[in-house]
Design a protein around this ligand. Structure first.
Ligand code: URA
Ligand code: CA
Length: 441
């Protein structure tokens, strides 16, 4: 087999066989397929796509390129959840413990934030002492004991994805639906879950800008799951404004603790998306046979405090100081040098938000990384005071900035204001959820 012939085949809109895809991925990892040939192949895939069968074969080759985590010794359906990334997306900190409190088994591997999006590991590490680099046997033991743990991906997981992504990043080949689907699904499958709920974000703060793109990606990931015998449900949700009100690491932990303490009402977007994702996780875990039953279980775990208790157990098991995780002490984690309200230049309706810029405004304070080497200030960020559709008076702040550096406060406030459109017209209503894919019920 010659790599050049496989590239030519894809250039001519051909379909690669299972053996050809295996040859490519193995060769790329062992160096017999050089970067320039892989880059050419990825570019051909960007333009000419892949069939569902090819995307599934690519996923399986990538999944098996490194360690595959064995969770078979743990009881119950191992359920995972993945978000394609957004701003103010604190769902994992809420639903991983909440689902575990309802009897679910949540063995989750998460990522770090890069650019304008936050990462669950950074949020967890804003709780003093919390470790996210935990050996697999200890990870399994924690999940066995308390039903939930959230750690970083082990270094040996899916090396094909690491190498392919690095190449895609510098060759403008990130935006290909089969390449994205294979990248996400190969990591989730290698992490050992039996069932996966995918939260595909669409909008100006997400990777997928349109609902149509998001649906195509979601359908392909559900199809890949079906073809390899894993249960996958995808929900398509809105990211045309931050999901929660808080953007920043400890600030998002605080919002999760507020939610788990019953301080955030039903109908709030973060609350509702957590309930939706949690409902599908319980259904895929065979712990509830209808959405209604699942939602009732989650509501009860919220109201009786068992979800918050589970979060504290998880943090303690991962070495963290869980005593901060209550309404009495959580503010100690978000103490900063200055808190600055940001006001709109004119009165009117909050008409639109450039969500990526809101993420960037938080990143500029030190809440996120511009490059992988940057360090994070866990306490800083911003808290939105208004959502799209709210009327904003001159004396009402749009947001509160939490900063440890006055120079950064000013830049961040300017970035935040540049993200905001105020209008005399009330905007159309934005749905929180566009659709659910892969749920036969
Ligand atoms: N997230 C991933 O993990 N992979 C992609 O290719 C894009 C987003
Ligand atoms: Ca299915």
């Amino acid at each position: 087999m010659r790599t050049v012939d496989l590239i030519e085949k894809k250039v001519q809109h051909g379909e690669l066989t299972t053996e050809e895809i295996a040859f490519l991925i193995k060769g790329f990892l062992d160096g017999t397929v050089p970067d320039y040939q892989m880059a050419a192949m990825q570019m051909a895939i960007v333009f000419n796509g892949m069939t569902d069968r090819e995307a599934t074969d690519l996923t399986m080759q990538m999944m098996h390129s490194g360690e595959v985590v064995d969770l078979s010794g743990l009881k119950g359906v191992k359920v995972d959840k993945h978000s394609t990334g957004g701003v103010g997306d604190t769902t994992t900190l809420v639903i991983a413990p909440l689902v575990a409190a309802c009897g679910g088994t949540v063995a989750k591997m998460s990522g770090r934030g890069l650019g304008h999006t936050g990462g669950t590991l950074d949020k967890l590490e804003s709780i003093p002492g919390t470790q996210t680099e935990i050996p697999l046997d200890r990870f399994r033991r924690i999940v066995d004991n308390i039903g939930v743990a959230v750690i970083g991906q082990s270094g040996d997981l899916d090396p094909a994805d690491k190498k392919m992504y690095a190449l895609r990043d510098v060759t403008a080949t990130v935006r290909s639906i089969p390449l994205i689907a294979a990248s996400i699904m190969s990591k989730k499958l290698a992490a050992g879950a039996d069932a996966i709920v995918l939260d595909v974000k669409v909008g100006n703060g997400a990777f997928m800008r349109t609902r149509a793109e998001g649906e195509t990606l979601a359908k392909l990931m559900v199809e890949i799951g079906d073809r390899v015998g894993r249960r996958v449900i995808a929900v398509i949700t809105d990211m045309n404004q931050p999901l929660g009100m808080a953007v920043g690491n400890a600030l998002e932990v605080k919002e999760a603790v507020e939610l788990l303490s019953g301080k955030i009402p039903a109908g709030d977007p973060l609350y509702e998306i957590c309930m939706l994702l949690g409902t599908k996780m319980l259904r895929l875990s065979d712990l509830a046979d209808s959405d209604e039953t699942a939602r009732n279980m989650l509501t009860e775990a919220l109201e009786n405090g068992s979800g918050l208790k589970k979060l504290r157990q998880m943090i303690a098991a991962q070495g963290g100081d869980a005593s901060f995780l209550c309404m009495e002490r959580i503010d100690e984690l978000v103490r900063v040098r200055e808190m600055t309200p940001v006001y709109a230049a004119e009165e009117g309706y909050l008409y639109a938000i450039d969500t990526e810029r809101v993420g960037t405004a938080a990143q500029m304070l030190g809440a996120g990384r511009a490059t992988k080497a940057d360090t994070i200030d866990p306490a800083v960020g911003l808290v939105m005071k208004k959502r799209i559709g709210d009327y904003v008076r001159k004396d009402e702040p749009l947001c509160m900035i939490y900063s440890n550096d006055p120079a950064k406060t000013e830049d961040s406030a300017a970035m935040f204001l540049s993200a905001i459109t105020i209008s005399q017209n009330k905007p159309e209503h934005h749905p929180m959820v566009y659709c659910v894919i892969g749920d036969e019920n």
